[in-house]
Design a protein around this ligand. Sequence first.
Ligand code: AMO
Length: 427
Amino acid sequence: MRTYIADTETLDDGKEVTLQGWIQELRKIKNLMFIIVRDSTGQIQVTVKKGSITNYDELYEITRESVISVHGILNKKSVSRSGTEILATGVEILSIADTPLPLGVIDRVSADFDTRLNNRFLDLRKPEHLVIFKFESQLLFGIREYMNRENFIEVHTPKIVGAATEGGADLFRVEYFEKQAYLNQSPQLYKEILIGSGFDKVFEVGPAFRAEKENTVRHLNEFTSIDMEAAFIDDRKAMEYLERAISYAVNRTIDVMGAELERSGYHVSRLDPPFPRITYEEALGYLNDHGLKLSFGDDFSPEANKILAQKFNGFYFITGWPSAMRPFYTHPDTNPEITKSFDLQLNDIEVTSGAQRVHNYRMLEENFMKKGLNKNDFEFYEKAFKYGMPPHAGWGLGLERLVMNLLGLNNVRESTLFPRDRTRLSP
Ligand code: AMO
């Protein structure tokens, strides 16, 4: 029976245990070895006396980051730093690590980012990196739980597609037998078709692909998109689902692993919806009052977003984006220059886009024309609007950007296991 290291805390002194993990540190004094063993839950000192195990001489030559299984007695009155140790009675060597390590797991000196990513399997052994993905897992669990309680159906739509969703330029091409196909940029068109299929409320967690040549700390070429779409709701209601889903998931995650986050140096605060809202035009005015020279229709630069972040400090919505800045499927407001759309920002980074959608077939056709799109490419989508399409709204939330921002990481690659960017295709 294996004991996880974190669970030794609740066990009694003198208890017999078996631990399995990696050798993080090794100190040897002839007839005595002190091994710090690490598993996915923590670290503990294992003290091995010559004569207490049969293969002492073999273990004496072991390298850092090798994998062992330790059988021993829990000593809670140890003189070691943590006050707890395992007095080994048997050690099985399961895998020997080569030397030198391409990347130190506990070294204080930080390796450059490329070296880290090239050796991601070692980089992820750092407890403070593992915890990022434990956090992501818990967060996603919370979002799923919230969506499930609100009666959303989790769906899976194709990632190999025949038409662009978010604009033609950023597509990865795929050879699909005799046809030209693409990797999907967003489940947008499919989630809307499902609204026309009577599903009422859907959500999806899946990969999205963007052939953006951008090389920034917030762009990936493959990211995880959490998408939602619901029938008979407007943009306001979609925003409400979003702020509630995120708040529920964050607060639940703090309940589950707040202490572990703090120990790893991540400070996540509890959330209390509703989040502040500002219109695009109000934001524009505020930015111009702060020295920028923006006109209606201009996008917000990283500098502009930093100014807004200082005002809001946390999550906030920017609503009512100009029609020219939003995709063809976005519903206009009563003023046709403006859309019923929103972005959710966390500090200075956009983490979600959403909107009420066009559901009127004729308006959709007009929008294809206005945006210079060929309606024939969208026939499979448009068809679903001809035979009874309810009003609907939804959003797409970037998981890596959300995690990056909540944990205060400075690069979206830190919250991506194996990032795909302009130059990286491996590991
Ligand atoms: P949008 O293109 O704004 O909207 O994307 C939605 C969210 O996805 C994340 N995201 C990215 N994350 C990392 N790297 C990228 N290159 C990247 N691109 C986007 C962001 C962004 O806010 N169909 C609409 C959503 C909708 O209206 O439902 C869409 O895809 O967090």
